[in-house]
Design a protein around this ligand. Sequence first.
Ligand SMILES: C[S@@+](CC[C@H](N)C(=O)[O-])C[C@H]1O[C@@H](n2cnc3c(N)ncnc32)[C@H](O)[C@@H]1O
Length: 760
Amino acid sequence: MGRRHGIRNSNSFAQKKRNQKHKQKDVWDPAKARMNYVDTVRESEGFSTYYKKQNVCPENEWEQMMATLKETLPTSFRITGSKMEASAMLDVIEGQFFKELLPTGVDTGTDIKPPKQLPWYPDRLAWQLDISRKDIRRSEEYYRLHNFLIAETSTGNISRQEAVSMIPPLVLDVKPHHKVLDMCAAPGSKTAQLIEMLHADQQPGDPPPEGFVIANDMDNMRCYMLVHQLKRLSSPCVVIVNHDASQLPNMQIPGQDGNPTPLKFDRILCDVPCTGDGTLRKNPDIWEKWNAANGNNLHGIQYRVARRGLELLAVGGRMVYSTCSLNPIENEAVLHRILKECEGSVELEDASASLPGLQFKQGMTTWTPCSKDLIGYEKYEDVPEQWRTQVRPSMFPPAKEDASKYNLDRCIRILPHLQNTGGFFVAVLNKVKTLPWEARPKTTEQSSDSGEINEATEVNSANSPPVKKRRTDEAESTEQNVNSDETKEVSDEVKPPKGNPKKNPKSRGYKEDPFVFFSESEELWPVLQEAYDLKSELSCTSFLTRCAVGKKKNIYFTTPALRDLIKNNEQRIKIINTGVKAFARCDNKAMKCCFRLAQEGLKCIESFIGPKRRIRVDKDDLVLLLTCQDPSCPPEIEKYSAPTQEALNRLEDHGSFVVEFEGKTSFGRQLVTTLVGWKGTRSVRAYVGVDECVHTLRLLGEDVSKYEVNKFKNRAENKESELAKINEESKQETDQKEENENDTVEDKATVTNDHENGNP
Ligand SMILES: C[S@@+](CC[C@H](N)C(=O)[O-])C[C@H]1O[C@@H](n2cnc3c(N)ncnc32)[C@H](O)[C@@H]1O
């Protein structure tokens, strides 16, 4: 029987073949993909009719705009980090990387244009490549560029971001002491920029800045994209919260006298959910879905979010309103409605001077609200009853004689053809006085600020201008039309906490572990202080864990300002994440302290770590440390230079310590860096991820080619070996089959013989 099974198992061979065929089907076929790409119909009659009616683009540029909208979007990125780090990176990118990887004027037989520096971004730190992200990802000729972009993004040294999306944080002009709110922050490319601006002046060894960023998003899952995106920056100055921005609760911070005082922000980014038709080049599926109702349906939530932003803004503060939509209903109409209600307490600013070389169109002072059937209306009275829930009175432009009051022409609209980008809209608002409804006396109910988390809390509702409860059409469209432009980048890696989400994850989501700050009497503190020679200026109350009881796993660090904010408001705000891992549990018998230093948090606390637990190395020793990627065989202590060996011997215990380096990059620029080292019995290694090692080695001018992975070559090799494996298996199966068949014949012969011998 067994042998017969063997014969029948030849089906498994067929199954394998079927699987193989199936796999081959899944293999990316560039020609096929290009066909699909081309197949997407990149036009919409409704879109053309609507925007021609709005005069969004001068007639003589219309064809050019439409042609550009049909092309794929170039890739752009920013160089990030402190000024010193960014300049060092720029040297490598301009001086070496572009030359090696991309044809800069040299005819290489391809039609790729040289990288273009974005003139309006300061210090030559933003670049555009005339290749789409998809092409970079999918063609072998760019595999090194792709590796570079991925690795340097993961270490937070560059940020891949659509060019126009870099503008709102730039014009927001964030300073290190600012309290900043990002109202609709996920997936977080602009938040990252805001955080970088907060840290811009920080030199190695400086304490973190005083200011902070509160990054909010209503969608719980997208909050975890934010967590992922912002983790790369290792900033102790950011907290991620999960609220409907139009109802963000009032928060309190300690005032100068120590008593709680209402938190008002210096800077607010209001990058609202929108139809995203400015991203058509990147998201061609929007062509098919485009209709005039989408913008109309979002106007309400856009207005409510912006209005709440202005309430939370300090007098003298600045708010940037932006969308990646070209539609005046989502842009100028929202601002007009707000400016009208603010009665001069908020002014639009012309921010174009801070964006030298940017090509844009001034904001529109008039437009034509349309219903879904693309009929336009001069005034609300003309709107037929059936469309009155969609086309609202507030959407109409100011009367001609009033138009100059609002300075809507100070808004900035970027059309795709102007400099080969996506479409975008941005406006800068300055709050010059308290809002009219803030100045009105509060009711007793409103003066109580101690509300627990309550999604339905109407904030400042009694004094606010009358706003009808959110209509169903608006609610639905907000959720469906949320611009998904930057979602795809990180979606694979979103890791919300394990466990079942509650029924409506968008608004409620997962229950987060608590944020438990150390008290002055934390018993672990003296152990950490002793182990890492921590200076007394470092207060233990800025550290927190995520477990109320039991063994502490990781210890996170936040700035004192954020700690105060969280402690004062944890009952009213839903916190998703904060803090940078500074210490990680490491129950190693050789260590007196059961926590090691964590690389992520080193920058935050290294200035407080005393000489007992730090050593300085020269370039050769640093390279030795960084080039060892095999933790099972780290370089032995005797391989390091004599001074490093001496310093290592002076370290009292095994375990983690700070490695300092001060030297020059391959371009002669000063480089100061610190990393976590680990001293074992006989060896020493760096506790640093491979991408970070490669980054530093690159800056030092070391050869990093051994880290280059050519996935195309690997895939081809794998395919070959898989084919060889299948051939081998198939040969074995055939042999087996033949053997079985022979056996069967033999069996039969035996049976015959047995019969002949009279056996059963
Ligand atoms: C245009 S995207 C923001 C992009 C983001 N600023 C960036 O640069 O990466 C709009 C975001 O608003 C969020 N959102 C939608 N309605 C919201 C609301 N009522 N309150 C807060 N966030 C909201 C969406 O989940 C989405 O993540």
